[in-house]
Design a protein around this ligand. Structure first.
Ligand code: FE2
Length: 274
């Protein structure tokens, strides 16, 4: 077997290792993006209508919303913006297994080839999200490392971020620190054993506050994000949405702790590309 990359060029692989991210412009066709956007809108309508019919008591709301989040690892659920009018923030976290359109997109051979190129031996498709960044309402995502949320031993998560629409500084594109993935994981988010979650500080150094560069990309672009790369996005103050689909892949041979926030039913485990 040859060691030559399958999909990425040698230069792209070198950039990935150096920067901790890699931009592949126009990875998906416009028609594909349109199909995924429509699909996400259909799920939103359906899940919003379901929520409207559910009777929520204000009493114990924190507990209910914690459970709604913690049980979403193997489901498709909707999460609203925390502030302002009731608009969706995202869908998550198993679109790639439960929706046939997202499943086909997520398991396309090109992604398997990229995963192999960047060193995943037994990739497991652990999490998917459809992020809305609604015009004028999509909230800020503070600087973080994805390994904090999808922790494995050793660390392995890679984010596959697909621009469903052009992402610019104006409509709150991703910002990342080139090379920031060479520093350790700062903290880990996990279940606290009492129905909630907690952050555990693992390294006292704060995440960088400077050195972020904007990753502006056209619709259909794919951005690969190393699990230790500090990245963030601003609130969307523009009149344009900034929708994105993300897929988080972990190394199946690594240990996936039982107190990670995202868990799947034993009879419905995360699987690979085929
Ligand atoms: Fe992230």
């Amino acid at each position: 077997m040859s060691d030559a990359p399958n999909f990425l060029s040698v230069a792209q692989l070198a950039a990935w290792k150096r920067d901790g991210f890699l931009v592949l412009e126009n990875f998906a066709h416009a028609a594909t993006c349109a199909r995924l956007r429509t699909r996400a809108a259909e799920w939103t309508d359906r899940l919003k209508a379901e929520q409207d019919q559910a009777v929520f008591t204000t009493h114990d709301q924190a507990k209910t919303s914690n459970a709604y989040f913690l049980e979403s690892g193997d489901k498709i659920r909707i999460f609203m913006e925390e502030h302002g009018p009731r608009v969706p923030n995202k869908l998550g976290h198993a679109l790639h297994d439960l929706d046939p359109v997202f499943a086909e997109f997520s398991r396309q051979p090109a992604l398997a080839a990229i995963a192999r190129d960047i060193g995943l031996r037994t990739p497991h498709l652990m999490q998917s999200m459809y992020i809305f960044k609604h015009p004028r309402q999509g909230g800020e995502v503070a600087a973080h490392q994805d390994s904090a949320f999808l922790y494995t031993e050793p660390l392995s998560v890679v984010g596959f971020w697909f621009a469903m629409q052009a992402a610019t500084i104006d409509n709150a594109c991703l910002w990342a620190v080139p090379g920031g993935h060479h520093a350790p994981l700062r903290r880990r988010f996990h279940r606290d054993g009492q129905g909630g979650t907690t952050f555990e500080q693992r390294d006292p150094r704060p995440l960088p506050t400077e050195g972020y560069i904007p990753l502006e990309v056209p619709e259909g672009s794919l951005i690969l994000l190393h699990g230790q790369l500090p990245h963030k996005s601003e609130a969307n103050r523009s009149a344009h949405p900034r929708e994105a689909y993300t897929l988080h892949i972990v190394e199946g041979e690594a240990v996936y702790p039982a107190d990670n926030w995202l868990q799947r039913r034993p009879d419905f485990p995360a699987t690979g590309f085929s």
